[in-house]
Design a protein around this ligand. Structure first.
Ligand code: HEC
Ligand code: HEC
Length: 412
């Protein structure tokens, strides 16, 4: 299933990549359409430049001290610049978010959210249903960059603008003139139009291929046959792909598909049962749970308990630059992540706390009634006392391979 899903996504990725900013800007021409290709390119370039400035502009936050780049650091593949599981924000920078900051590199390949992802939307064949996939954020609750950007801008835990009107006024004051120059007379007057255009600029910037999807990792060089993996990296890739070993490629596909470069995610939303992170302030309330797909941040699937605990499979491109892993940032190095994958079911006592009676509270970040949602495919197909799917040396090999996914490879 994952492979089929990947096939169509790879094609979608290629199409997006090839058409690039010009076609996208064409799609979004504010009125009239009929824009020439040259005009569309010019508009996209102007919006990208404005979006880039906005992305690093702390004046767009209620505190005046937080920009998109504070959390999505350009020097860290647009992921968090520090080890914190969740970042500080809010009007006084004393609030904390609920989730780890994802990298924004390669997110432009993300398809729109679908509860029943089909290889071909027209076929309607249930057997091809690959389950929930796609969308932006860890729970896929928005599809477009412009809608996503409003979430942090208005969240009281993040950029904490008072409301849309005050945000619109700031964007009009700081960027209105530039946005009108970029979009021309078609752009309506007033702060609301400036807000919409500003969000469009952020979205356009996020689709800048050179910045967000450069495909300059060692692994890309290997695929282009201009580099070769070391022996250890090659062993790691084999273990990563092997359905009986890591089985990682089942959800994080590593192979070219239909000519598209691998994204290292099939965009599926899956419950892995990662341990509760007590470092997240919201988790001090024992009754608070982040259920991902079924809430509380996402509201449309609140009553569909089959989806509780599911989070989007992230791309593993640039993953070695991260210092917090999984939606709740509970782990801080890749070895811990790998050990969790291979020991979750074999040595649960290492990962979960104990109840008062000494029993292990496995999957402690999800109430027991939802445990059947949790994935049990390899390497999660084991029970206490079984041998782990990977040896310690194989874990090292996989990590060596993951390090080949960092952009900016310079052969030496
Ligand atoms: C305080 C830290 C913080 C700030 C500031 C912030 N973000 Fe984020 N960003 C996050 C977190 C946390 C998530 C995951 C949110 C979730 O799952 O609900 C996220 C998710 C995203 C995503 C979805 C990525 C994906 O692949 O699913 C995009 C796009 C994004 N942010 C863009 C922005 C933009 C644009 C801004 C500025 C307007 C911004 N962010 C400001 C923390 C931040
Ligand atoms: C059944 C699907 C599935 C399989 C198999 C799988 N993953 Fe994942 N992976 C996910 C999902 C879903 C997440 C996010 C889970 C969450 O945050 O709750 C994730 C997250 C990760 C992360 C954290 C990335 C980040 O940005 O925080 C790493 C690293 C990772 N996987 C590596 C691997 C490796 C290595 C393997 C093989 C040993 C593997 N995965 C196997 C689905 C899978």
């Amino acid at each position: 299933m994952a492979l089929k899903r990947q096939a169509i996504l790879a094609v979608a990725g290629v199409v997006l990549g090839l058409l690039g900013a010009a076609a996208q800007a064409g799609d979004r021409a504010p009125v009239g359409g009929g824009m020439s290709r040259a005009d569309a390119l010019r508009e996209a370039a102007a919006l990208t430049a404005i979006g880039r400035r906005m992305f690093s502009d702390p004046r767009l936050s209620g505190s005046g001290r937080l920009s998109c780049a504070s959390c999505h650091s350009p020097a860290h593949a647009y992921g968090p610049p520090n080890r914190r599981a969740v970042q500080a924000g809010g009007i006084d920078l004393k609030m904390s978010g609920l989730r780890a900051v994802p990298s924004l590199t390669y997110m432009q390949a993300t398809p729109p959210f679908a509860l029943h992802f089909h290889e071909s939307p027209d076929e309607g064949d249930e057997s091809l249903d690959a389950g929930p996939a796609g969308g932006l954020t860890w729970d896929g609750r928005v599809d477009r960059g412009r809608d996503q950007a409003l979430l942090p801008l208005l969240s009281p835990l993040e950029m904490a603008n008072r409301d849309r009107a005050s945000l619109a006024a700031v964007i009009e004051a700081k960027y209105g003139r530039a946005l009108r120059a970029a979009l021309g007379p078609a752009m309506p007057r007033g702060a609301q139009a400036a807000l919409q255009a500003g969000l469009q600029a952020l979205e356009t910037f996020e689709q800048d291929v050179g910045e967000f999807a450069p495909y300059t990792s060692k692994y890309d060089a290997v695929l282009a046959r201009t580099a070769t993996l070391s022996e250890q990296e090659a062993r790691g890739l084999a273990v990563f792909n092997d359905p009986k070993k890591g089985n990682c490629a089942h959800c994080h596909p590593s192979a070219r598909n239909g000519g598209g470069l691998p994204q290292f995610t099939d965009f599926g939303l899956v419950a892995l049962g990662v341990p509760r992170n007590t470092a997240i302030p919201a988790n001090r309330d024992a009754n608070f749970f982040d259920f991902g797909l079924c809430g509380p941040l996402r509201v449309d699937l609140r009553d569909q308990s089959d989806y509780c605990g599911m989070f989007k499979t992230p791309s593993l491109r640039n993953v070695a630059l991260r210092k917090s892993f999984f939606h709740n940032g509970v782990f801080h190095d890749l070895r811990q992540v790998l050990e969790f994958y291979v020991e979750r079911d074999v040595r649960p006592e290492k990962w979960y706390p104990r109840n008062a009676d000494g029993s292990i509270r496995k999957f402690d970040d999800l109430p027991a009634r939802y445990h059947e949602n949790i994935n049990i495919e390899p390497p999660f197909d084991r029970k206490p006392g079984d041998a782990p799917a990977l040896s310690s040396a194989e874990i090292d090999d996989v990590i060596a391979f993951l390090r080949t996914l960092t952009d900016g490879y310079a052969p030496h």
